[in-house]
Design a binder for this molecule. Structure first.
Ligand code: PLP
Length: 564
């Protein structure tokens, strides 16, 4: 089984999380979904890759909501043997004062066009290991700093050793976010000069060679999103890596900064949208940060009826989504409307079975779903409930919400409670539903079934955002703050609408702008001009789906990051 993959030199794609399929809960949100779409497009384009991630046997978590609107986290356990094949190879790395063995499972990600990609899921739950080491790879982003560093050691160091032990030939390493940056340290060790060849004052490591082998994608301008570890912790767990002077020079004087380490050891570095690259350049002065704007996988995120419609009218769209640029003239209005209404009914059914809220297909639905955390401002829409009721009196609408908060993000959890409080307040006037346990399947149903996709982040903290791109594949326009990808994707009144202006970030002004747009542009168009509305639906497909897809993204990674 391995034999098929180990002969051709491959790009090794390292990511702490990858959304392989809905049944495998090894992802927490946007980063994992992007990693999955990366591999799905790599499959379709037949790029030679191999992905490395953690097995996360208990997943991230399954979300339940209690009667007071509090998030409750349950384990989301899956069985690797049901989906993947155990690898014969095992490797050891020292963590603290003893070796920890790392084994792996091979999952084969199958595209829908015959391509496939091997994915290695690293696992420390082996008989050889002490009980406390067997749980290192159990929970995605679980535990404290110490466990996080252990996980990142397993991912970076264990991952690179296991690839070698299994016989893979690697031509380039791609670090998807800084979590895997320790792989570059392992490469430094691999490319150390023999001691007798090092002249005094010169580095004992072949840095240029390592940099040539690495590329790095940074994903967030939020400071807390960049892992840093105390050197006291680093010394207690990671004793035998490179020498201390080199480590501090590459990863920071005061603590081990994984982003800085990745930046210093990668020849090619990129942000995930044009603005994000710009923000990253000012966060990390002195580094050349390119921009490759994210995209989503065409087939995965397009609803069944739209797939059928595109297959009929725009054949080849799945392999060359650029063809979707014809959507505005090649698709029939009624066909577009019917495909959407079908997806909308499926969403309304899901809402009815999973909550007690009944919705109406004739009334527009606003959708908001993403990680629940302060900068995403999921409560912005609910700033003034009286104004919402007033708008609804003349131009009725409905709302569907979803999203998980990281178990340690108390602010995010309070936002979920606040949303539930608002739902209660509005219950007699506006149907609002919160779908628990946001996952790939819920996302697929929501981005296709709502009429407007809402995003209200605090500028400039949304690096890219991808759910709005998924909506575009289903003819659903965005109403969003001009941040992340939407700066590139918004053509006012053609692909959707912007909220606020791009100068000073101010929540009251943004809320005011949101209500104005909603009332005077979005809902008024929906309720009075079906043809005008469908023109915008087609505009989102033609101008946004045609561009913001992961095929275009992977062609750029291939020609700019992987082949240099
Ligand atoms: C697409 C997706 C996300 C990311 O959404 P953003 O708009 O980028 O925040 C998160 N979770 C799930 C389940 C998704 O499908």
């Amino acid at each position: 089984m391995l034999d098929e993959y180990i002969h051709e030199p491959r790009i090794a794609y390292f990511s702490m999380e990858i959304a392989l399929r809905n049944e495998i809960p090894t992802y927490s949100g946007g980063l994992g979904i992007l990693a999955g779409d990366t591999l799905r497009s790599a499959s379709d384009l037949e790029l030679p890759m191999v992905a490395v991630t953690l097995v996360s046997r208990h997943g991230y978590f399954r979300q339940e909501i209690d009667a007071t609107g509090r998030q409750i986290e349950q384990p989301d356990t899956w069985e690797p043997a049901q989906w993947a094949t155990p690898l014969a190879a095992k490797v050891a790395l020292n963590i603290g004062d003893h070796p920890v063995w790392v084994g792996g499972w091979m999952y084969v990600l199958e595209g829908h066009m015959n391509g496939h990609q091997p994915v290695i899921l690293l696992d420390t739950d082996l008989d050889e290991n002490r009980p406390e080491d067997r749980t290192i790879t159990d929970v995605l982003y679980g535990g404290d700093d110490s466990n996080r560093l252990r996980q990142e050691m397993v991912l970076g160091i264990g991952g690179i050793r296991l690839l070698q032990a299994a016989g893979f030939v690697i031509r380039e390493y791609h670090m998807n976010e800084g979590h895997s940056a320790l792989l570059a340290l392992e490469l430094l060790r691999r490319y150390a000069y023999p001691p007798e060849g090092v002249r005094p004052g010169e580095s004992p490591y072949n840095l240029p060679r390592v940099r040539e082998l690495c590329c790095f994608t940074t994903h967030t301008p939020v400071e807390a999103g960049h892992d840093r570890f105390d050197y006291s912790l680093v010394h207690s767990l990671m004793r035998t890596t490179v020498d201390e002077a080199t480590l501090k020079q590459l990863a920071g004087e005061n603590n081990l900064n994984m982003t800085q380490l990745a930046l210093n050891l990668s020849e090619y570095v990129n942000g995930v949208a044009k603005q994000h690259a710009e923000v990253s350049r000012s966060m990390f002065p002195g580094y050349r940060v390119h921009a490759i704007t994210n995209g989503v996988h065409p087939y995965t995120w397009t609803s069944e009826r739209f797939r059928e419609l595109f297959d009929r009218q725009i054949p080849g769209w799945c392999h060359e989504p650029e063809f979707l640029i014809r959507a505005d003239c090649c698709l029939d209005d009624q066909d577009v409307w019917d495909a959407h209404q079908h997806a909308k009914r499926l969403l309304i059914d899901k809402v009815a079975t999973r909550t007690s809220v009944q919705m109406d297909t004739a009334i527009p639905i606003l959708g908001f779903a993403r990680r629940m955390t302060a900068y995403k401002r999921p409560d912005l829409l609910f700033t003034d409930l009286e104004r919402l009721r007033e708008i609804n009196r003349h131009q009725p609408f409905q709302i569907v919400l979803a999203g998980k908060a990281h178990p340690q993000d108390e602010g995010g959890k309070r936002l979920i409670e606040t949303l539930h409080w608002h739902i209660g307040e509005l219950a007699d006037t506006i149907p609002v539903a919160f779908l628990p346990d946001y996952d790939m399947e819920t996302a697929r149903t929501m981005v296709a079934g709502v009429d407007v996709w809402l995003n209200t982040p605090l500028r400039p903290l949304e690096a890219s955002g991808t759910s709005g791109m998924k909506a575009a594949f289903n003819g659903v326009p965005n109403l969003s703050i001009l941040d992340g990808w939407w700066i590139e994707g918004c053509i006012e009144g053609i692909t959707g609408w912007s909220i606020g202006n791009s100068s000073s970030p101010n929540s009251d002004a943004d809320a005011d702008s949101l209500y104005e747009k909603l009332q005077h542009e979005v809902l008024s168009l929906y309720h009075t001009d079906r043809t005008g509305w469908i023109r915008i639906m087609k505009g989102t497909i033609a101008k946004n789906a045609a561009f913001f897809n992961s095929h275009r993204m992977m062609r750029r990674y291939a020609t700019e990051a992987y082949i240099r």
